[in-house]
Structure formats: structure tokens, C-alpha cells
Design a protein around this ligand. Structure first.
Ligand code: SF4
Length: 64
């Protein structure tokens, strides 16, 4: 099981993760990150791995 960890001190609400994995991440109207699928599965895992790499502040990580 892969689980998404978010360092909220680092997240600046850029929305990069939402662009790469829109079913998993959403930046709400107040700029806060919402993780809809904290334990992604199947094709989502690849998208989430891309989002983790692309996050400009390294706020995302994956925990096995
Ligand atoms: S890409 Fe990183 S900084 Fe941007 S909203 Fe997602 S977690 Fe936050």
C-alpha cells in the first residue's frame, strides 16, 4: 500500500500536483491542498510519483 504524506509547512499551493494527478489532489479556494486519494492505486500511482517529483517545494512524499 502506497500512502501520500504531505508536509503542510512546505506546501505553497502551487497546484502542480493537481495538474499532474487531478483525481488525487486539489487546491481549494483558500489555497489549501486537499488529498482526495491518500492511498492511490493502479494508474494513479504513476501520476502521484510524477507529482512528488514535480512539487516545487518537495512537500510531497510516498510512504510504503
Ligand atoms: S505541488 Fe507541492 S507546493 Fe504545489 S500544491 Fe502540490 S504539494 Fe503544494
Amino acid at each position: 500500500m502506497t500512502r501520500i504524506a504531505v508536509d503542510r509547512e512546505r506546501c505553497v499551493g502551487s497546484g502542480t500536483c493537481e495538474v499532474l494527478a487531478p483525481d488525487v489532489f486539489e487546491v481549494d479556494d483558500e489555497g489549501a491542498l486537499v488529498v482526495h486519494r491518500p492511498e492511490p492505486a493502479g494508474d494513479e500511482v504513476d501520476e502521484v510519483e510524477d507529482a512528488v517529483q514535480a512539487c516545487p517545494t518537495r512537500a510531497l512524499s510516498l510512504v510504503e
